[in-house]
Design a binder for this molecule. Sequence first.
Ligand code: ATP
Ligand code: MG
Length: 716
Amino acid sequence: VAPPPAAYLEGLNPEQRRAVEATDGPVLVLAGAGTGKTRVLTTRIAHLIATGRARPFDILAVTFTNKAAREMKERIGALIGPAGEGMPWLGTFHAIGTKILRRHAELVGLRSDFTILGTDDQLRLLKQVIAAADIDEKRWPARGLAHAIDGWKNRGLAPEQVPAGEAAAFGFGKGGPLYAAYQDRLKSLNAVDFGDLLLLCLRLWRENPDLLGSYQDRFRYILVDEYQDTNVAQYLWLRLLAQGHRNVACVGDDDQSIYGWRGAEVDNILRFEHDFPGAVVVRLERNYRSTGHILAAASTLIAHNEGRLGKTLRTEAVAGEPVTVTGAWDSEEEARLLSEAIEGLQAKGHPLAEIAVLVRISAQMREVEDRFVQLGLPYRVVGGPRFYERAEVRDALAYLRVTANPADDLAFERIFNTPKRGLGDATLQALHGLSRRAGVPLLQSARMLVETEELKPRARSTLRALGQSFARWAKLLEDQPHTEVAQTILEESGYTEMWQKERTADAAGRLENLKELVRSMEEFPDLGGFLEHIALVMDANDAEGGDRVSLMTLHAAKGLEFDTVFLPGWEHGLFPNQRALDESGRAGLEEERRLAHVGLTRARKRAKISFAVNRRIHGMWSSTVPSRFIDELPEASVAVIEAPAGYAQGPSRFDRQAPPFGSSYATPGWQRAQAATAGQQDSYGRGAPAAARRGPRQIDGTLVAKSTGAAAAFEA
Ligand code: ATP
Ligand code: MG
């Protein structure tokens, strides 16, 4: 008679159990969202330990984020209790790579206390390398080289392994030598970048077979979550390590592959069966997370993708609430409706911790955060700083603060050499010295210092110009709108240009945030009022912990789940994102769709999609077209909460009328506002949008029958 199953196995379905109990040999779990893949991994670890097959330190488990690693540790702790024997090696590829590299650093020419360079340092170094090679950095920006090198490293390529054609594509054919020179510089600094953490492990193992053997021996069981998002270097790393005992279990879902832009390769799923012949492949089909409507919506949406391995997903849960789609007048109203809906849920006793707002790009967070702060809704931003804490936003704010208040030394110090204007530490020290002696703020001491001989002529003239700029900007504030002055400051200071020069997705996002910052100022009468608001926002929400709404990008939401998920900004151009479409065409669209699928499948009980009819894109108001993803949802599982009037005239099925998110205002307001704005589209100047954004009910324009410009898109 077989003994009863251990407690931790209870409740698993037969396929899950198979994946847990197939302890020896390669295992691949290929299954959709919410089917218990992560649960299988944690249970598998518990099982290995409980049955004595492995001690914790024989196990290596790879997660996609540090957060996921922490959660997995907690779950394992709960399953096996205080084991006393420690925990498995559990972390991201990078974290584990670091740990290994530190132990054997000398074998790759480093000391064990090597530093891991962040993006900023990496760029600084690359600039030096480019300059040393006598290449014009204006033509060949360091970011471009950084991108190329990251790409090579993601593919596991050391300098000498880069295909000649690719290496020739940068800096007049000097890509390869620059990469090599960069690696030399890193080594002499006893430093590595992120990509090196894996690449150097690979080298370490290739050059030291005995060492590789000892690790292969040691990690008797290897587990990998979110396997679909591994890149080639990670795959090679894994394959080398797993060749020993070959007890490797990977779980993944091709429909959730969302890091192709960072070099992840879904093909690794296919390679697995090739490289580990005889792998047990388990498919899980029952979704335990979401109610019927949510699952139907997510499945129907993703069925529009062509490149899929194909899976079935079913649920035994109730159909539950339909997925809602809400049209808002503009993004501010969208943020308001969403916050009201959250308050509504809160009033009914729903914990805030079970609510998430998932955005496509981080600039979308600003309005949501502002609204939360206004309402006093506690929130946390997961996986990144809050909007006003982003580096570029803080830099811009520092300029504004000094303009408004020349005595703001902290702000002055932040930007006194940002963008780089050749002012070094010596100058700053001189400023501080004088400032202390004379008892005046730094900016004032700068003005005094340039009248002396203390500084070199170049620093003197730069500093003089800076002082004059601040005086001029402060003067502008007297008779120009503060938003325009802010714009001028960012341009004249060279700050915007600094990011414009760096043509990468990262820089583009920062530029978007800067525009969003200027835009947010419109809501305040003057600069002082705005800065006061910022101070309050920065102060609010300081404490972590407690019951809070989670705000994050869709990318950061992978693997997580919440009762209620809000998905704002489903508009063409924003989501699917134009940049992804431009850069990768059809493949880009499919990755965007997978991202939408990830978003929907985070929800247990409620998924609430919304779009705004008007959004400011690149500083200009324009009418938007709802995302094609909305049209790809199954009608039977979707409830349309509000339809902007113009949109209803189109062929779409979004023609029913109901109050948005349960609040109410009359439809005629919508129609009138829509028509009125449509007429103003061409002449939208400064000031007009602010009026429009106050919301339809406050617009007293007369009906304009004919819509023009972008608004016509709704009727096409
Ligand atoms: P994703 O693809 O989004 O990462 P996943 O496949 O990793 O999802 P899990 O997060 O492991 O799925 O599980 C989803 C939810 O279903 C969790 O709340 C989990 O506890 C629950 N669950 C998984 N298996 C079972 C089961 N056999 N019985 C009850 N609940 C389960
Ligand atoms: Mg998971």
